[in-house]
Design a protein around this ligand. Structure first.
Ligand code: NAP
Length: 498
């Protein structure tokens, strides 16, 4: 499929003089126009204009649009897989699966708004005869908040990018989207934008409903989140980048919500009976989860906490064996590969940390797995060990007793997930840990691995900071739509409430 290398601004493909080159894992680099602050302004003004129709459209109209985007993505399936795999280095099978998740997500939001329950409407009918004072008629509804900004994520070129979960949920709510494409996969972003553009045309919508701006460095992102007509931001990425953009949103004259998913080490607690009965299987499963997608998942289980002793020795040996077999894997960008190598060195240099497995990657775009071991005492004393290292890196924390395991749980920062591996005999320890862990994470799971996030009604993908910047919301599942809605109460306006 032919790429224009241009930005999609309110239905027009616009080029700029300055160009940047993509940096694909395979194949030739391609040239793309560099985004500008002026393009941000054009896109946001068009989004505001579009809101006057799109923000008042029916659920059925928006559902038809979401389904049309899914169809248009499927019509470009092969081209998307090819360029997505070349740009990111992710295998074609992964891109195919992620495309299914992306179209499934769009169709799920279509069904969700048609069902109407997302509105959670409340109505307190008028009580004109109530004494001593009558009551007005009160109707509570949810309204879309207006144009929003979304940043594509590097690690999900489809499901968390151009037409990913943030875009799908915002469009479902009735909010036009201005998307800052991730510089790691501009070609993938452009083809998906072509699909959205075609769906806008076939549904007869205002073209300002969606715009894509590529490149332009931090200046473009900063201008976007500070634009006076932007009402909220969706973001998945690094703690540093996300925090910088969050602070900009908070410093605006009119602060706006920043829904950022920033970082998580997804601790996994191994309870004694399960460790004794199934330690080898858990170690193999952990190695698989840790290296899936080269460890570039936000739910990567980066830390294992278990009781010190011979069974911990066996777990380490099993994990080492499983991970030694795993060679180098291609990373999403050279920058992410470099950040991984640096993070690995910093963990290795931590006080009391023993290196079990670590090696330099064969080139500047790949990473090899690494495992480190620390005592519970050293982990508790060293805050740096609880920082996310994005990639296939795990830390095994050997605690002296169950009291220390609970102390580690209490010291955790906010997490997307916490996992427990336990058998019947671990029931008491699980009951003691759960009240602590439910204050730390958005999702708690038993006898499984956190990678693989189901897209459904009951999913929660978020958590206390830094897992996310707004703990009451999720970026995956139908509840994600609630981020882009606000409550409006209509008092004594019967007949006017849609
Ligand atoms: P990132 O550096 O945070 O970048 C994400 C997006 O935000 C990119 O579009 C980037 O622009 C933009 N951006 C970053 N800082 C900005 C700033 N100060 N002002 C304006 N825009 C800014 O994340 P990344 O590129 O995806 O990966 C880098 C690191 O992020 C990884 O090593 C990993 O630690 C972390 N990460 C975490 C998760 C997670 O789920 N927790 C997911 C992905 C990545 P450019 O496109 O110009 O760079």
């Amino acid at each position: 499929m032919k790429l224009s290398g241009k930005h999609l601004i309110a239905g027009k493909w616009i080029g700029t003089e300055e160009q940047f080159l993509s940096d694909p894992a395979q194949g030739e680099a391609q040239s793309f126009s560099v985004g500008t602050v002026d393009l941000v302004d054009q896109a946001v003004l068009a989004a505001e204009d579009a809101f006057w129709s799109y923000g008042y459209s029916s659920d059925a109209e928006r559902a038809a649009f979401l389904n049309a985007i899914a169809d248009e993505i499927e019509a470009r399936a092969e081209a998307i897989t090819q360029i997505g795999s070349a740009e990111t280095g992710l295998p074609e099978a992964r891109l195919q699966g992620e495309r299914g998740r992306t179209t499934g997500q769009l169709r799920m939001f279509a069904a969700h708004i048609l069902d109407g329950s997302y509105q959670d409407r409340r109505h307190d009918a008028a009580l004109p005869d109530r004494a001593p004072l009558p009551r007005s008629d009160l109707q509570l509804v949810k309204r879309p908040i207006g144009p929003v900004a979304v940043f594509g994520a590097s690690n999900f070129p489809l499901a968390f990018s151009t037409a990913g979960g943030d875009t799908a949920s915002a469009l479902a709510a009735g909010c036009p989207v201005v998307l800052r494409g991730h510089s790691a996969h501009p070609g993938t972003g452009e083809i998906i934008a072509q699909a959205i553009d075609a769906a806008i045309a076939s549904c007869g919508l205002h073209p300002g409903v969606f715009s894509l701006i590529q490149g332009g460095g931090f200046e473009v992102g900063e201008a976007l989140v500070q634009h006076p007509l932007i009402n909220a931001v969706g973001f998945t990425g690094s703690l540093r980048g996300g925090r910088a953009l969050f602070d900009l949103c908070a410093r605006r004259p009119d602060p706006i919500p920043f829904f950022g998913e920033l970082g998580s080490i997804n601790p996994m607690f191994l309870l004694p009976a399960a460790l004794s009965a199934r330690g080898t299987d858990i170690a193999k499963g952990w190695a698989g989860s840790l290296t899936m997608g080269a460890g570039q998942f936000c739910t990567n289980p980066g830390v294992v906490i278990l009781l010190d002793g011979p069974e911990a020795d066996q777990f380490q040996a099993d994990a080492l064996q499983a991970l030694q077999a795993q060679g180098a894997q291609t990373m999403l960008t050279k920058g992410i590969a470099a950040a991984y190598a640096q993070g690995r060195e910093e963990i290795a240099a931590g006080h009391g940390v023993t290196t079990l497995l670590s090696s330099d990657a064969p080139d500047d775009r790949s990473a090899t797995p690494a495992i480190f071991v620390a005592s519970g005492e050293d982990w508790l004393a060293n805050d740096d060990l609880s920082e996310e290292v994005f990639g296939p890196l795990g830390i095994i924390v050997r605690v002296a007793d169950m009291a220390e395991m609970q102390a580690v749980a209490k010291a955790l920062k906010g997490q997307l997930t916490c996992s427990l591996h336990g058998d019947d005999a671990d029931h008491g320890d699980i009951s003691a840990l759960l009240p602590i862990l439910e204050r730390k994470a958005g999702r708690l799971l038993a006898n499984g691995f956190p990678t693989g996030v189901e897209v459904c009604d009951a999913m929660m993908h978020g958590g206390p900071y830094p897992a996310s910047t707004t703990f009451g919301t999720t970026s995956v599942g139908t509840m994600a739509i609630q981020r882009w809605l606000r409550l409006v109460c209509f008092q004594d306006l019967q007949g006017f409430v849609r």
